[in-house]
Ligand binder design. Structure first.
Ligand code: GLC
Length: 569
């Protein structure tokens, strides 16, 4: 594979040239009236996904049997469908119907932890002698003095009840200690997230074998890829050493609770992680003989060199086709900062590897809220015209915003434990129409699982389909143009330097085709000096198209344009 200008000699895959659309199944379409979306609902919307939007792949957040403590990221059976979402037969129908339309299906795989209700954990905690004891990470209480000043006050019982000190100072992402005392067997178990999500012990070969079997299970059912949940968490320091205190100001995000007081050197991302993903990749490659399969890893690492190691190497073996690139979620929304984030990625990525970008998902605030409604179209144009695979979160295409959820209706355990970090706001039901429940659920449904956004009566798919200037109309054109012009979905990337500070301007090129993307991040017009003539293919304002002399080109406030350059060399 190459990333340069050799389309005729390069066999680009669907996961390179295509657009991935993330569906949060609970919130997409409810066909039963339960208030919770289901697999049949996704099947019902496949024509929308294919004909209206024109995306290439769907990624489904977990739909497996689960007590839903973390809304499906606590898996109680890796090889089935939770009855609230439907059945395995519904899943097979979904894959068949998607494939009939040429849509690929990516499922979530959650290797770091299961639910505490998974039969494996129930066995594991039943006694110290149980054969599955070592399938999870158990540790004795630590009776030695621990590093001072870095241990959080632990509601899990540090010193209480005779269990001694916590095994070490590791913290849960969702707040508090990462250790939970199991009174019956007198040891602690590790949970990097909720105590209902015990970490699997990936150092145990039996765990590796059964977990790889779960991957085969879905591959056999025809899935095209996996999104791997907190992929880098699976291997920890075998000596379980304390994490050192965080040294620097966190460059990228506001600290959440205690978690960011430590430098997470030992509780995730151990080098042995790569061994596992090389084997995982080999399995995907084996199945790719019939149809190309892919994996995208959720890797929250913001050191580019370390992040890039999750691609693997041609010498040691490949790992992820795409490690999610979350840099744009953490970058201030300013033209030069965004350009820097893009250029850093372009510099960091190995020459044979393929980039990708994310602007939203089920854990993050929505685009129109984070960057402003005015900038939401500029952001969409950026996401869909950079070099690499874009992942688009459901609802962004109609400009859904974060929804303020009253405290008594909040459900996300993260927000309940660490105030301000609730993720319910970006998971509200998809707004399909002005019908009751926004067309998300049938009329007889008393209430969707999360409240609808206040604007649901006028912000919805049906209305936006009728409005040539709507966000949906804009996304449809943007997606169509991306598909039509190979420079946009697989061409090279080169930023232009001589542009005003408030603008980010770059060219995407393939042999015989050059496209300029000019984005104005400011609420004021900007003059661009581009060379030659061009044809505007799309403006975020949807009110101009056609030939233009570019020698003195005005980009209006909050405007982005895609220009096909004439006489490109
Ligand atoms: C990932 C998921 C998030 C989940 C967590 C624990 O970050 O995206 O939703 O809560 O992992 O599984």
């Amino acid at each position: 594979m190459t990333t340069n200008l050799q389309p005729s000699t390069t066999n680009y895959r669907w996961w390179q040239t295509g657009v991935i659309y993330q569906i949060y199944p609970r919130s997409y379409k409810d066909t039963t009236g339960s208030g919770i979306g289901d697999l049949c609902g996704i099947i019902a919307q496949l024509d929308y996904i294919h004909d209206t939007l024109g995306v290439d792949a769907i990624w489904l957040s977990p739909f497996y049997p689960s007590p839903m403590k973390d809304f499906g990221y606590d898996v109680a059976d890796y090889c089935d469908v939770d009855p609230m979402f439907g059945t395995l037969a519904d899943f097979d129908d979904l894959v068949a119907e998607a494939h009939q339309r040429g849509i690929r299906v990516i499922v979530d795989w959650v290797p770091n932890h299961s639910s505490d209700q998974h039969p494996w954990f129930i066995e594991s905690r039943s006694s110290r002698e149980n054969p599955k004891r070592d399938w999870y990470v158990w540790a004795d209480a630590n009776h030695l003095p621990t590093r001072d000043g870095v241990l959080p006050p632990s509601p899990a019982g540090r010193g209480a009840g005779g269990e001694g000190n916590l095994p070490n100072n590791w913290l849960s992402v969702f707040g508090g200690s990462a250790w939970e005392w199991d009174k019956a067997t007198g040891q602690y178990y590790l949970h990097s997230f909720l105590k209902e999500q015990p970490d699997l012990n990936w150092r145990n070969p039996e765990v590796q074998a059964v977990m790889f079997d779960t991957v085969r299970f879905w591959l056999e059912r025809g899935v095209d890829g996996f999104r791997v949940d907190v992929a880098h968490f699976i291997m920890k320091d075998p000596k379980m050493r304390d994490n050192p205190p965080a040294q620097e100001e966190l460059a990228f995000h506001r600290p959440h609770g205690d978690y960011d007081s430590l430098h997470h050197e030992h509780d995730k991302g151990h080098p042995d992680t790569h061994r596992i993903y090389r084997r995982f990749r080999a399995m995907l490659d084996e199945y790719s003989a019939s149809a190309p399969r892919m994996a995208v890893g959720e890797i929250h690492i913001f050191d580019w060199a370390e992040w890039a190691t999750y691609y693997g190497t041609p010498e040691a073996g490949f790992e992820f086709h795409l490690p999610f690139n979350f840099s744009l979620l953490k970058t201030p929304w300013q033209a030069q900062a965004v350009r820097r984030a893009v250029d850093e990625l372009e510099d960091a990525i190995p020459p044979w590897a393929w980039p990708n970008y994310v602007l939203g998902n089920h854990d993050e605030g929505r685009i129109a809220t984070r960057f402003s409604v005015e900038q939401a179209r500029v952001a969409a144009m950026l996401l869909l015209t950079l070099r690499g695979t874009p992942t688009l979160y459901y609802g962004e295409e109609i400009g859904m915003t974060d929804v303020e959820i009253p405290p008594e209706q909040q459900l996300d355990p993260f927000g309940l434990r660490v105030p301000g970090w609730g993720r319910d706001r970006c998971r509200t039901p998809m707004q399909w129409s002005a019908q009751p429940n926004a067309g998300f659920a049938p009329e007889e449904c008393a209430a969707p699982w999360l409240p609808l956004a206040n604007d649901w009566r006028h912000t919805h798919v049906a209305a936006q389909l009728e409005d040539a200037t709507s966000m949906l109309s804009f996304y449809r054109q943007l997606l169509a143009i991306r598909k039509e012009y190979s420079a946009l979905h697989r061409g090279s990337y080169a930023p232009l330097n001589e542009v005003p500070n408030g603008c980010f301007v770059y060219q995407r090129a393939e042999i015989g085709e050059t496209i300029t993307v000019a984005l104005n991040f400011e609420p004021a017009p900007q003059r661009l000096l581009l060379q030659g003539d061009g044809k505007i293919l799309l403006s975020t304002h949807l009110d101009r198209a056609g030939a233009e002399n570019l020698s003195s080109f005005i980009l209006r406030e909050n405007e982005g344009v895609i220009i096909q350059m004439q006489n490109a060399k």
